[in-house]
Unconditional design. Structure first.
Length: 398
């Protein structure tokens, strides 16, 4: 058997939705994108959402909207994908990498608290594997340290403390304390990239939780301007007869979502409850199969939170990096694609060059060394999963 890691779950519904959009005469940002935005807000319980070309764009535009830039610091996890930190570099601020909590995939709140300085403008935790971070804790830290905070823009002033921005690339559809991912942090950035739970091929969205100080229509407009050249009228509005004229209000960026992508997203959204249910089933099957192995599993469903089951990470108790790699190689020989989430950023050339030293992140390093992520996708059959289970058990014994 050949088991891919995370192929997209595309059905006739998505194919028909795309055909419909292609035939409609409007293929870039338009009515489908607007509807997708409204559906995202409805599911997250947030005032507005903005669809963009990626989670990376969503995080970068959020930093730009807050006017975070040179001289500022943004705290994020050493244990994440590069996008969480690269966006901080893009705006000219300094990423302050912080270790994970011992034995946890999430940022260590105590270490975050210690890392806050008078330059800290945002904290950017990462919802690894679909499990939403405890954002109340991070907002609490920002609140307690607001004496250090120096607001340098109207949005920063409205917040009155460091912003808490969720890298929610993994967590669309997850809940903590019954609250959906999207409504937990000040801003949350989702990814609809091809490997994510809900995909538009490439795509992302930013949403924010309701606050008295926010003018939601104005935030929405700011994101629109930033994502589409700073143009006062979007392409659809400009398309009306006679409505040719526009102004450029700022030299903006270009990272809007197309209606072709949004139509895939709308179809995926319709199927999302069954996608989530299947992922849960598969995770519970893995959990049962591995209950007696010498491995550490990540709980996806607890009283505190319900994960969307994005990834299935396993820690190989007592194994070192070489032994972990042998397990991945053994799986590969059997046609099973496994991954590691993540190689900590300080081990990557770009971040080493920025001066980060892996030795300062002992928890992330220990996590990385014996972690392996097994294939998990909603279209996975029981037979495919049984094969992975069988091969994994053999690889562990090997
Ligand atoms: C996928 C991913 C991103 C980037 O998402 P894009 O939509 O591809 O920009 C960011 N952070 C994490 C943790 C991811 O896994």
């Amino acid at each position: 058997m050949n088991i891919p890691f995370s192929p997209p779950d595309i059905t006739q519904l998505e194919i028909d939705a795309v055909s419909d959009t292609l035939r409609s005469g409007w293929i870039t940002t338009g009515p489908k994108t607007k509807r997708f935005e409204q559906e995202i807000s409805a599911r997250c319980g947030t005032p507005r959402s903005v669809c963009l070309s990626s989670a990376t764009a969503a995080m970068e535009l959020t930093l730009r909207l807050l006017e975070i830039g040179p001289g500022d610091e943004v705290i994020t996890s050493a244990y994440t994908y590069t996008a969480s930190a690269s966006v901080i570099c893009h705006v000219g601020a300094r990423p302050v990498l912080v270790d994970t909590a011992p034995g946890s995939y999430h940022l260590d709140p105590d270490a975050v608290s210690r890392a806050v300085t008078s330059r800290t403008k945002a904290i950017l935790p990462v919802d690894i594997a679909g499990i939403p971070c405890d954002y109340e804790q991070f907002i609490g830290i920002a609140q307690r340290r607001k004496g250090l905070f120096k607001a340098a823009s109207p949005q920063q002033k409205a917040l009155g403390r460091a912003a808490v921005i969720a890298d929610a690339a993994h967590s669309f559809g997850s809940l903590r304390g019954g609250v959906p991912s999207g409504a937990l942090a000040d801003f949350s950035c989702f990814s609809f990239h091809a490997v994510k739970n809900l995909t538009t091929g490439e795509g992302g969205a930013v949403t924010w939780r309701a606050r008295e100080e926010w003018d939601d229509a104005e935030l929405y407009r700011q994101f629109q301007l930033l994502s589409l050249h700073g143009q006062s009228r979007d392409a659809l509005a400009k398309n009306a007869p006679g409505a040719w004229e526009y102004d450029i209000l700022l030299p903006g960026y270009k990272c809007n979502m197309t209606d072709v992508a949004a139509s895939i997203g709308l179809a995926q959204l319709e199927r999302y409850p069954s996608i989530l249910a299947r992922r849960r089933q598969l995770i519970e099957r893995y959990d049962r199969a591995f209950a007696n192995l010498d491995v550490e599993l990540l709980p996806h469903f607890t009283d505190a939170y319900t994960s969307n089951g994005h990834l299935y990470p396993v820690r190989l108790t007592g194994r070192d990096e070489a032994a972990r790699n042998r397990v991945i190689e053994s799986l590969a020989r059997d046609g099973v694609a496994a991954n590691v989430h993540y190689k900590p950023l300080p081990l990557l050339t770009a971040y080493r060059k920025l001066g980060y030293d892996a030795a300062s992140f002992p928890n992330a390093l220990a996590l990385y060394k014996n972690e392996v992520t097994l294939p998990l996708f909603s279209a996975m059959t029981d037979d495919q999963q049984d094969y992975v289970i069988d091969r994994f058990c053999i690889a562990l014994r090997g």
